[in-house]
Design a protein around this ligand. Structure first.
Ligand SMILES: Cc1ncc(COP(=O)(O)O)c(C=O)c1O
Length: 354
């Protein structure tokens, strides 16, 4: 934790008490005769309702400590929603002007939330460059005005560190309390902060733990290197491979269909009472796929069933106007219809005093 020097930093520290230290849902399921468990960090329980609070908090703390951000500065960020909401809430609470540039096809709920947190929203159409256009727009704002801080979540090492130093060690402690050691971690890639943070955390402490990035089957940017197609898993796969993503450090990339992710998120809500966003359904399916990959190895070695973890990045409420709340057709190859959710357990927050 950086040294607390000014009132903004003290306020940031107070808000930080409501960020991180999340419980884990242990979800036991049956898939093709195999009974297994997925461990998912409940990141929708953060201050503004998403995993992005961790990144925004750490980026702002680091920038204040390094003297890169000062009271009265404007924050300008390109985001597909959750990061903007996190920066808007924290930034406004610290007295900053917050300018959020985002593609104009993100859900209306995201825009309304940003406005309610006091952010100025700048929408960028596909013709104006979509996501990459949004990043360019923040650079134009910084060039035109003095005192503009660009968090640059797609390239800022503090984004990775939020998970390397926070989310990943929390998960390891929570599992260890149950006598469990992690075999694999999976996460959909937006900026890649989550997946790279976990990968870097395990590099030293448990190098055998596999870490898979996850992308939409309909738009496999990570495996092709460029934008192909469109998909409905808001928050991941933003048209390009972010600078902080080092695919060579990961075990590989898993692809999940957006329709399957929607069906899975709906099933988690209707069966277990977990109201989650589409990327949570996607991450859960990727965790099931990782479990399938490792089950054979474990069986051969005569050891326990693989321990696979992921994150639930946000809740379902930002998706009221999206396909998450419509009937979704089952297509050939989807996994959700074959997954029977059996049991829900909770692993308590890592810091039990908070
Ligand atoms: C809903 C949702 N899921 C997943 C992610 C991906 O997280 P990361 O940016 O750490 O890769 C994001 C990022 O914004 C998100 O908003």
């Amino acid at each position: 934790m950086p040294k607390i020097a000014c009132p903004a930093q003290r306020r940031l520290r107070a808000l930080g008490e409501a960020i991180g230290n999340t419980p884990i849902f242990a979800i036991t399921y049956r898939f093709r005769e195999r009974v297994s468990t997925v461990y998912a960090k409940a990141e929708h329980l953060n201050l503004t309702g998403s995993i992005k609070d961790r990144m925004a908090l750490h980026v702002l703390q680091t920038a204040y400590a390094a003297g890169l951000l000062h009271e009265g500065d404007t924050l300008a960020e390109a985001t597909s929603g959750n990061a903007g909401i996190a920066f808007a809430a924290l930034g406004r609470a610290l007295g900053h002007r917050v300018s959020v540039c985002m593609p104009d096809w993100m859900s209306g709920e995201r825009r309304a939330l940003l406005a309610s947190y006091g952010a100025e929203i700048c929408l960028v159409s596909r013709e104006e460059g979509g996501f990459l256009g949004s990043i360019r727009r923040t650079q134009e704002i910084a060039a035109a005005e003095h005192g503009v801080f660009l968090p640059r979540q797609f390239e800022n090492a503090a984004n990775v560190d939020a998970h390397r130093l926070g989310t990943a060690p929390e998960l390891v402690v929570q599992l260890a309390r149950r006598g469990l050691a992690l075999d694999a971690f999976v996460a959909g890639v937006g900026t890649g902060g989550t997946v790279m943070g976990f990968s870097r955390a395990f590099e030293v402490s448990s190098p055998k733990t596999r870490v898979w990035a996850v992308e939409p089957k309909e738009s496999p940017t990570l495996t092709t290197g460029y934008k192909v197609g469109t998909h409905r898993i808001q928050g991941i796969s933003d048209e390009f491979i972010p600078a902080i993503v080092q695919l060579g450090e990961l075990s590989g990339v898993l692809a999940v269909s957006d329709g399957d992710s929607i069906l899975m998120a709906r099933k988690l809500a209707a069966t277990l009472g977990l109201g989650l966003g589409i990327s949570s359904g996607c991450n859960f399916l990727a965790a099931v796929m990782a479990g399938e990959k490792l089950a054979g190895e474990k069986l051969a070695a005569g050891t326990h069933a693989p321990v696979v973890a992921t994150v639930f990045p946000d809740c379902n409420k930002k998706y009221l106007s999206t396909a998450l709340f419509n009937e979704e057709p089952v297509r050939h190859g989807y996994l959700t219809p074959e997954i029977e959710l059996l049991e829900l357990d909770l692993l308590p927050r890592p810091n039990l005093d908070s």
